[in-house]
Design a protein around this ligand. Structure first.
Ligand code: TXE
Length: 492
């Protein structure tokens, strides 16, 4: 069986304890590799290595343009190896090769974009109000940045954190999800090949409550960029607080995807499917609440069910598979338990409703694309994140009610609106409490556009130019231009 040790300070290391844990293929349900199970001691070693690389050696000697060039080089290497990296992702997380290969081919853009920004981090000269002083700012890196990622898109989520972190001059430790650690360990080889000095990019593997927690608590970690569950985010935030670390959190969602009767309904049907069945519903931005205007409700549901029924399930490595397995056994159980919750709450099953037993699904953890109608927004199935292919359809009367229901959840990550009215599009975009609003499209993200959550969907943003500031700290420098120092007892 293949073994994946950690990558720290440019070296491959087993865990200090010598322990390994199993990683499984969601399509076969079988263990295919062993990954080093890091603990507190390994966390110390990783942070010391990243801190050493931040303070000594070649990394702090590079100028910003040279850092940018390294980032662009790694972007080129990722583009060359996209297909191979995508295969690691699929083997570990069961998402479709068709999607993951596309995602890996797009990931280099983050390295090009932030590589380009690296030498455009400029301080300001402040026209200060006081006589006899010259004041300017410097935007300096923080030090060691910890990137903790979830299992649904391991390399994309890591990239959102490490590209700006490195562009800003920090060093990085990636702590991938214990369910999907292997792709990061392949990925990190490209940083070495691109010429990043040892210790600048490290991968520390193991469980969240073990090495994850120890890394967050380590005093030399200055920022934690986290994607995962709400519960995980709260723990990380609490553990980071005593050390006064910067924290950004990308958490869950219960996003409304809202269809008005004036929409292009063919597109809206596809948009509803993209929102919940693409990626097997395992995305934080899943449009898991489909709000449909009452005047078109029945015909829309009929068309949606007919379309969703045709979704091809099966081997995620086949290019024409459309719905793959659920990534982990606990997640599989969780999705099925929410189907029971919805049934018990009185929602009506319009499609699916259980594990998929189709022969093409083999022994994998597959759940049939599932649609519930007659959902009331107060039900648990409408309020809690399922993170699987389970859609709740909720009828609404008019704009006002759509806004009220759309916002009536603890989360606020994303929202979709389907309408041909320009006026309505702008009203909805303004009124929906979500970090992203899509009009007549769904699941679009880019390195250029800020991404993040309102309310309990998180803190901070990722992507876009401004985000590089999250990986920097500002210093204000005061230079006295007078020869004398005036009254020392008065504030200057
Ligand atoms: O999240 P966790 P998981 C949601 C989704 C899913 C649930 C669980 O609802 O069912 O989260 O997913 C690390 N200190 N999302 O298990 O447990 C952990 O090791 C330090 C939403 O992935 O939060 C992993 O690397 N680290 C999401 C990462 O945090 C800790 C995408 C996420 O683990 C830690 C995926 C601790 N105390 C799941 N506890 C999205 N928004 O995209 C955990 N970790």
């Amino acid at each position: 069986m293949e073994r994946f040790p950690m990558y720290i300070a440019g070296e491959w290391r087993e865990a200090a304890s010598g322990e390994w844990f199993e990683t499984q293929n969601p399509y076969t349900g079988k263990t295919w590799a062993l990954v080093a199970r890091g603990g507190e001691k390994d966390a110390d070693i990783a942070v010391e290595a990243a801190h050493k690389a931040f303070t000594t050696g070649d990394w702090p000697k590079l100028n910003a343009s040279q850092r940018g060039a390294l980032l662009r080089k790694v972007g080129d290497l990722i583009a060359e190896r996209a297909e191979q990296l995508a295969e690691y992702e699929v083997r570990d997380n069961g998402k479709l090769i068709a999607e993951m290969a596309g995602q890996l081919r797009y990931i280099p853009q983050w390295y090009y974009y932030y590589g380009g920004l690296a030498d455009k981090i400029e301080g300001e000269v402040i026209p200060i109000d006081k006589p006899g002083v010259f004041n300017y700012t410097l935007h300096e890196p923080l030090g060691v940045v910890l990137a903790i990622t979830a299992w649904n898109s391991p390399l994309l989520l890591a990239t959102w954190k490490i590209a700006p972190a490195l562009a800003a001059g920090n060093t990085v430790i990636i702590k991938p999800s214990e369910f999907t650690s292997t792709s990061a360990l392949e990925f990190v080889k490209l940083f070495e090949e691109a010429g990043f000095p040892p210790g600048v990019v490290n991968v520390a593997t193991g469980f969240g409550g073990e090495i994850g927690q120890a890394l967050v608590e380590h005093p030399l970690v200055r920022k934690v960029a986290f994607t995962g569950s709400e519960a995980g985010g709260v723990k990380v935030n609490q553990a980071a607080a005593p050390g006064m670390k910067k924290v950004s959190l990308e958490l869950g969602g219960k996003s409304p995807n809202i269809v008005f009767d004036d929409a292009n309904l063919d597109n809206a049907v596809k948009g509803a499917v993209a929102g919940i069945f693409a990626a097997t519903g395992q995305t934080c931005i899943a449009g898991s609440r489909l709000l449909v205007q009452k005047s078109i409700h029945d015909q829309f549901v009929e068309r949606l069910v007919a379309f969703a029924k045709t979704a091809r399930m099966g081997n995620p490595m086949d290019m024409d598979t459309q719905v793959g397995p659920v990534t982990t056994p606990p997640q599989f159980e969780k999705v099925l338990s929410y189907i029971d919750v919805a049934r018990n709450e009185g929602a009506q099953l319009a499609l699916g409703g259980g594990p998929a037993t189709r022969p093409e699904c083999g022994d994998g953890w597959f759940v049939e694309p599932t649609i519930f109608t007659g959902v009331n927004n107060a039900m648990r199935i409408a309020q809690e994140e399922v993170f699987g292919p389970v859609l709740s359809v909720i009828p609404f009367e008019d704009e006002e009610e759509a806004i009220r229901i759309g916002n009536d959840v603890a989360y606020g990550l994303a929202a979709g609106v389907w309408t041909t009215s320009l006026n309505r599009a702008h009203i909805m975009a303004a009124k929906l409490q979500a970090g992203t609003v899509w009009v007549n499209t769904y699941r679009a993200v880019s390195y250029m556009s800020p991404f993040g959550g309102y309310k309990r969907s998180g803190m901070g943003r990722e992507n876009g130019q401004a985000m590089i500031k999250d990986y920097l700290q500002t210093k204000s420098v005061w230079i006295n231009t007078e020869t004398e120092f005036p009254n020392p007892f008065a504030m200057r």
